[in-house]
Design a protein. Structure first.
Ligand code: SAM
Length: 265
């Protein structure tokens, strides 16, 4: 491991705003095959235990360096924000910034998003941002952060009427998510195929750019945005009519960018 990464990991241990639970604290390994999640003590207690102010909580899942988490938190002191990612060296940047600026409404959680239900109780979360998630073009549908499997997880803690924001460079992921929304009769508040050229959106959707977003913008890629709710009776289903081959083809070679080694953290 590089010297710089080791330094960041060591400094991560000192940040009060960064929670880095070991997998064993949330995985029940004696429960047989499959993923068995057990509750982490902070579940249901972020307000009070982590945040001094009892305020609505917003998650950014796959936050990388925490660009959205930080920018939203600075704009909205009346809300609390948690960035979630598995990469400690990326989280270091957001956690360091929040620590140095004394931001009391920001926290970061280092975990796999697959374990997310261990950390949040019913109605504990008001909004979720998915920012430039990997579209998993060739991988299993169940790895997409907007798949029914993941949305079912989010439903366990998103309050009624709570919003999900998906901002992406991937037309494939955008169209896939639209298909999930349609298959389940979910309510779409906003759907925009090219946010910087449609002229329809303003505010935090177009004012804040993440690390990855800036790279995609330099490549001239359109950025899309979906805002929807998860209110729904019964289980969520996969979209049977999503034409994955068509949208994979439409995505073209530009996605090869994200399969190159990660940018320097
Ligand atoms: C393409 S990067 C985008 C980062 C950031 N949102 C941005 O726009 O700059 C995707 C991020 O999601 C994280 N990620 C992907 N799948 C994850 C998972 N299952 N659990 C935790 N983090 C995950 C990766 O570590 C990575 O930092």
């Amino acid at each position: 491991m590089g010297h710089d990464k080791l330094r960041k990991f060591a400094e991560n241990e000192t940040f009060a705003c960064l929670l880095q639970p070991a997998a064993d604290t949330v995985l029940d390994r004696n429960a047989g095959p499959g993923l068995h999640i057990k509750d982490h003590p902070i579940k249901g207690h972020w307000n009070g235990n982590m945040f001094p102010a009892d305020q609505p909580i917003v998650l950014e899942l796959g936050c990388g360096k925490g660009d959205y988490t930080i920018a939203l938190a600075e704009r909205h002191p009346e809300m609390n924000f948690i960035g979630v990612d598995i990469k400690g060296a990326r989280l270091w940047k957001g956690a360091k910034y929040a620590t140095e600026k004394g931001l009391r409404n920001v926290a970061f959680l280092r975990t796999r998003i697959e374990f997310i239900t261990a950390f949040f109780g019913p109605d504990e979360i008001s909004e979720i941002w998915l920012t430039f998630s990997d579209p998993q073009l060739r991988g299993s549908e169940n790895k997409r952060l907007s798949s029914p499997l993941f949305l079912e997880r989010y439903r366990q803690f998103l309050r009624p009427g709570g919003l999900v924001h998906l901002k992406t460079d991937s037309r494939f992921l955008h169209e896939y998510t639209r298909a999930v929304i349609a298959a389940n009769g979910l309510h779409t508040e906003i759907c925009d195929n090219d946010i910087y050229h449609s002229g329809r959106l303003s505010g935090e959707v177009t004012d804040i750019q993440t690390f990855y977003e800036n790279m995609f913008l330099e490549m001239g890629l359109p950025i899309t945005y979906l805002r929807f709710t998860l209110d729904h009776d019964g289980p969520l289903v996969s979209p049977a009519d999503f034409d994955a081959d068509f949208w994979r083809e439409a995505e073209g070679p530009r996605r090869s960018f994200s399969h190159q080694p990660s940018p320097k953290q």
